[in-house]
Every structure is written in structure tokens, then in C-alpha cells.
Design a protein around this ligand. Structure first.
Ligand code: ATR
Length: 260
């Protein structure tokens, strides 16, 4: 049996575990996907054990950067300085590729407003750069982190940092709104009026569950790309890297899955 898993902390049942295991069953692939919890202080001693015993791994919060010294990152993962997929000791970043692929058929309207400056935002900014975007507006609750990302990507994309307090104002003149924060996942939610959203032609919300923001997009006739779609596209890239991708079966598993 082939073994795949997700390195994470703290424990949170992942969408990957649910859907990948359903997919392996449906496609008669002899494999299993586990959620693997490692305490951060034990990461350096424990991780090699998993690198040896698993055929392929995903990596999520808070280990996407810490893992890099244990494997060889491919060029794009090195440029983003984050790895979320491992195969045969190589580290990949499938977040940016998934984000990029999810937008290949979309005509992205400018200006683009991105909220969030954590790990997901790094992959998204890189994906926007690869899509040919030259400028974006970045808002984050902790503004210093937004400035750090601006510096990090300074040679690739021009970033204007705005304060979180200005979010609604900036939103009114933006065409594309990307939420790369966890807002909507644990109770708290964005609170925009229909008027504040009225200029938007696309809302991209990376949160997996159905958020108030996503409902508002649908209600107001704004094109929506949600977190499940984002997950799906990055998941495809993982399966391809691990050599276990069946396009039809995986799509079938995804559309028939119950998420919430
Ligand atoms: P990920 O890897 O998913 O991006 P992360 O690195 O923990 O996770 O980043 C979470 C993002 O959500 C950050 O931009 C965080 O803002 P701060 O940098 O100010 O912490 C943002 N976030 C989470 N909860 C938030 C909230 N209630 N209001 C505003 N921003 C929030």
C-alpha cells in the first residue's frame, strides 16, 4: 500500500484526508492518506521519520518554510520560500500552481485587491505574477506583514499596501477581490454591504466552507471562485506529482463529496 499524508499542527481533520481517501477507493488505487500531527518543538527530530516512511507528503501550517532544509525545493518553491508537497525528496509548491490554473479561463479585471499576508498569500501573489499581473493592492490586519511581502516580491510585482481600516474604501474601486485570510472560517466574517461590493466582477475566497462573503457574491451576481475550487486545483497538482492522477475519477470524487 502507498502512503500519503499531511504534516500539520494543531490537529484539524483535513479536506485532503477526506477526499483523497474517497478518491483512492473509487479508483482502486491501493493507497491511504493520513493527517499527521507534529508538535512544532519536535519537528526537526520527527520529520525525517515521515519523509522516509511516506511515499508522498503535503505540508501545511506552520511547517511550509521549516520543511525546506530537509528536502530539495524546486525553483518555484524556492522563489516562494514555501513547500506544500513532497515527492522523492523534492519539495514543490502546488498552491501557486493550483491558484494559477484555477484562473486560466478567467479574464482578471484590474485593480486586484488581495487581503491577507500569510502563507497562502505568498503563493497567490506568485500565481498572480505568473499570470502576468504587474500590480496589486495588498491589505492585511498586521500591516508590517504586508510590507514584508511587498519587499519579498519587489522584483516581480508592484504592490501597494493599504491599511485594514481602508479596506471598504479600496474595495469600492477594485474589480477583483481575493480573500487569503481565514476570515469566515471560524465564526467572524466580512461585513460588506451590497453597495460596497457593487464594483466587483470577481470574488475569490480561499476559505473552504461556505462563508458569508461567498453567499453575498452569489446574491449580488458576482462571479465567485471558492476555497473548495482552490483546494481542488492544488490537489490535482499533488496527485500529478505523486503519479496517481486520474482526471475523470478525481473530478467525480470531488463533485460527489459532501464537504460541510
Ligand atoms: P495561511 O497560511 O492560511 O495564509 P496564516 O499564515 O496564519 O495562514 O495567515 C492568516 C492570515 O489571515 C493573515 O493574513 C492574518 O492576518 P494577520 O497577519 O494580521 O494575523 C489573517 N487573519 C486571520 N484572522 C483574521 C481576522 N480576524 N481579521 C483580519 N485578518 C485575519
Amino acid at each position: 500500500m502507498r502512503r500519503f499524508g499531511l504534516l500539520q499542527y494543531p490537529e484539524k481533520e483535513s479536506l485532503s484526508k477526506k477526499i483523497f481517501n474517497q478518491y483512492f477507493k473509487l479508483s482502486s488505487i491501493n493507497a491511504k492518506y493520513d493527517d499527521i500531527v507534529i508538535e512544532p518543538r519536535k519537528f526537526d527530530t520527527k520529520v525525517t521519520e515521515y519523509l522516509e516512511s511516506y511515499d508522498g507528503l503535503n505540508v501545511t501550517v506552520p511547517f511550509k518554510e521549516d520543511i525546506i532544509k530537509f528536502i530539495s525545493p524546486v525553483e518555484d518553491a524556492r522563489e516562494i520560500n514555501a513547500v506544500n508537497c513532497i515527492y522523492q525528496n523534492k519539495g514543490y509548491n502546488t498552491d501557486w500552481k493550483g491558484f494559477y490554473n484555477s484562473l486560466l479561463d478567467t479574464d482578471l479585471k484590474l485593480p486586484i485587491l488581495l487581503v491577507g499576508a500569510g502563507g497562502a498569500s505568498k503563493a497567490i501573489i506568485y500565481g498572480l505574477y505568473k499570470l502576468g499581473i504587474k500590480h496589486l493592492i495588498l491589505v492585511n490586519r498586521t500591516i508590517e506583514k504586508a510590507f514584508k511581502l511587498k519587499d519579498f516580491f519587489t522584483t516581480k510585482i508592484d504592490i501597494t499596501v493599504e491599511s485594514f481600516e481602508n479596506l471598504k474604501e479600496v474595495m469600492k474601486s477594485s474589480k477583483t477581490f481575493i480573500n487569503a485570510t481565514s476570515i469566515g472560517m471560524f465564526g467572524e466574517s466580512f461585513n460588506f454591504s451590497s453597495e460596497e461590493l457593487s464594483n466587483l466582477s470577481l470574488i475569490y475566497d480561499i476559505v473552504y466552507n461556505s462563508t458569508a462573503l461567498q453567499k453575498q457574491a452569489l446574491k449580488n451576481g458576482i462571479k465567485l471562485i471558492d476555497g473548495k475550487t482552490f483546494w481542488y486545483y492544488q490537489a490535482v497538482e499533488n496527485l500529478k506529482i505523486w503519479g496517481v492522477y486520474d482526471e475523470v475519477k478525481f473530478y467525480e470524487t470531488f463533485v460527489n463529496s459532501k464537504f460541510n
